[in-house]
Design a protein around this ligand. Sequence first.
Ligand SMILES: *Cc1c(COP(=O)(O)O)cnc(C)c1O
Length: 343
Amino acid sequence: MALLADLRSDTVTRPSPAMMQAMSTAEVADDVLEGDPTTRRLEEAVARLLGKEAAMFVPSGTMANQIAVRLHCGRDEAFICESTCHIYVYEQAGYAQLSGAAAHPLTGDRGVLSVEQVTAAIQPDDAHFPRTAMLALENTANKVGGVVQPQDVVQSLCDAAHQRGLTTHLDGARLFNAAVATGLEPSRLVEPFDSVSVCFSKGLGAPVGSALCGSADFIRRAGRVRKLLGGGMRQSGFLAAAGLYALENNVERLNLDHQRAGQLAAAVGSSSKLELLAEPQSNIVIFRVDDSLGTAEQFVGQLESRGVLALAIGPTTVRLVTHLDVSAEQITHACIAIVDASR
Ligand SMILES: *Cc1c(COP(=O)(O)O)cnc(C)c1O
């Protein structure tokens, strides 16, 4: 069966010819030696868009988050996060390996923490405990299905954290999905946070790259940590040009990805043997597979034999992600494959 749709992740996109054109014609210089002009342009554009003083281009979202953790938390400190978040689950416990920090994960309601929960988890100043130094949130929350954090909750959580002397970091790998889903400006979504990471290589369709944003002093210190981690890049403008192109051309269209996730969810919902975890709020659809259809892995195999790639993310759960390299026609095929494979 020919490949009809790759819905495993929004990271599978390839640069479009126009993005490649922007990359190949970028003005560049050695960013470690003298500064790369296109990278500077991207950093200024991101800082402006997010309403922060400064931004720094880094190779990956993981690096952006790990730099932030290192600047916010030390060896006798801990950060509070939601137990399904990327920093806690998918970054090799880098907070411990690279910063000597402890994680204090709390389980929220589909990825959303409450003020009571967070306030109760902040450790008193007592030598028995690591000092709670930071609150880290994620928007959209990936593992629970692209959940958009309610902004009033985000504001209260960050206010509570700041009042108690904590700093706040947002993993905004899919921040622009949250912006499009809520209709709120990205700068409004990140206003309560001291630092923010965003990815160009998810829904925005760039091949590489993330940015870390915050105060000018924070980003100056972040530059030292990036170099330490081996993230100092030379002619990074070729990559930054893809990020600039993505910000200009690929943000508004995320609406389409969200609509298409809704179409996939409707196909899933039409089968009595598949159970949607919840209605998708952005570009991620997660569902459970009934025993009678086998394991999640086996169901993914059934979809693959119909030309549709999905990801088994648990023994009985499957994830589909929409992105700019799937067309309306491919979504129609995927819906047919889902219905057919779950008969
Ligand atoms: C993808 C992702 C990241 C960063 O991933 P990289 O592959 O290191 O760029 C961080 N947080 C979330 C929520 C993600 O989905």
